[in-house]
Design a protein around this ligand. Structure first.
Ligand SMILES: Nc1ncnc2c1ncn2[C@@H]1O[C@H](COP(=O)(O)OS(=O)(=O)O)[C@@H](OP(=O)(O)O)[C@H]1O
Length: 290
């Protein structure tokens, strides 16, 4: 196996992996082998840049792909049902029963060639200011990483692509420009839940009644997911997830929380980084619409 180079960034107590100048979490053990993953036509991939609402979207997609099995969802920990592609051993992934719903933060460069023509991919984008506040708090809360820098340091890291999974604009632009992929936003999912969940249902070729969709939205609300995941995570033995306090992972679940953490200088810095690089057709919403 090719061993990736490791780096320790200022403020972190744990090393990250690096490939082609892109940083990856320490647990990405088989990163370069994922290209050879044996795909199945009923595999579904939920992808997002870290802290963009990936877990939430995964729960919605898992339920859609599993005949709205709310009972199983309430009794089995999320990450036992939704494998985290770049973390799990690939031989274990090969044996999982269908339908598989994967979580990933990887760009298409690390995924099997033409994956979007064989399998369904849903990509979720979140405005980068809320994403950065979420990332900062998450890094501080993970046992063993215990990030001791400031949010300003994280924004500086963001400007130098020293955030795991690479440049945010490159990530978002790549998925936006691929017409086989369903591109949704955290902000729309929160404010237009019914419309967006219905869109996901149709994209996945399923059919549920309005009442069933409403129930799905209720079960996957921030409050419910926080309470279920916090309880179920206590019985989970995986070393990576044991380091996460799920009552902190589900932190705010809001649009615009960045306003309480950013000053004008921090905000302009992020705006300047993005404005020339983001696909101009992508609308980024930083505040609630009502
Ligand atoms: N159901 C639901 N509704 C609304 N918001 C939700 C929900 N579930 C998770 N979240 C929020 O999503 C943020 C975590 O994003 P990810 O799941 O992509 O994180 S990770 O990178 O996979 O660790 C993180 O955002 P912040 O609260 O701003 O930190 C979570 O709270």
């Amino acid at each position: 196996m090719v061993e990736l180079e490791r780096v320790i960034l200022p403020g972190y107590n744990e090393s990250l992996k690096i490939h082609n100048e892109i940083l990856f979490p320490n647990f990405c053990n088989e990163l370069l082998k994922i290209k050879d993953l044996k795909l199945r036509p009923d595999d579904t991939f939920v992808i997002g840049y870290p802290k963009s609402g990936t877990t939430w979207t995964e729960e919605i997609v898992w339920l859609i792909q599993n005949d709205l099995d709310f009972e199983k969802c309430s009794r089995q920990f999320h990450f036992e049902r939704v494998p985290f592609l770049e973390k799990e051993p690939l031989n274990k992934i090969d044996l999982l029963p269908a339908p598989r719903v994967f979580k990933s933060h990887l760009t298409l460069d690390y995924l099997p060639d033409k994956i979007e023509q064989f399998c369904k991919i849903i990509y979720v984008m979140r405005n980068p200011k809320d994403m950065l506040v979420s990332y900062f708090n998450f890094m501080k809360s993970i046992k063993g990483i215990d990030y001791n820098g400031t949010l300003e340091n994280i924004i500086e890291d963001f400007s130098q692509d020293k955030i795991v999974y690479g440049n945010w604009c490159d990530h978002v632009n790549q998925f936006y420009s691929n017409s086989n992929i369903l591109f949704i936003t955290y902000e729309d999912l929160l404010e237009k839940s019914f419309e967006i969940v219905k869109k996901i249902v149709e994209f996945l070729g399923k059919s549920y009644t309005d009442k069933e969709i409403e129930r799905l939205i209720e079960v996957t609300s921030f409050k419910n997911m926080k309470s279920t995941s916090t309880q179920l995570s206590r019985f989970h033995s995986d070393e990576t997830f044991k380091r996460i306090d799920f009552s902190l992972f589900f932190r705010k679940g809001e649009i615009g929380n960045w306003v309480s953490h950013f000053n004008d200088q921090m905000s302009s810095k992020v705006d300047d980084l993005i404005k020339h690089k983001i696909n101009p057709n992508i609308e980024i919403r930083y505040l609630p619409s009502k």
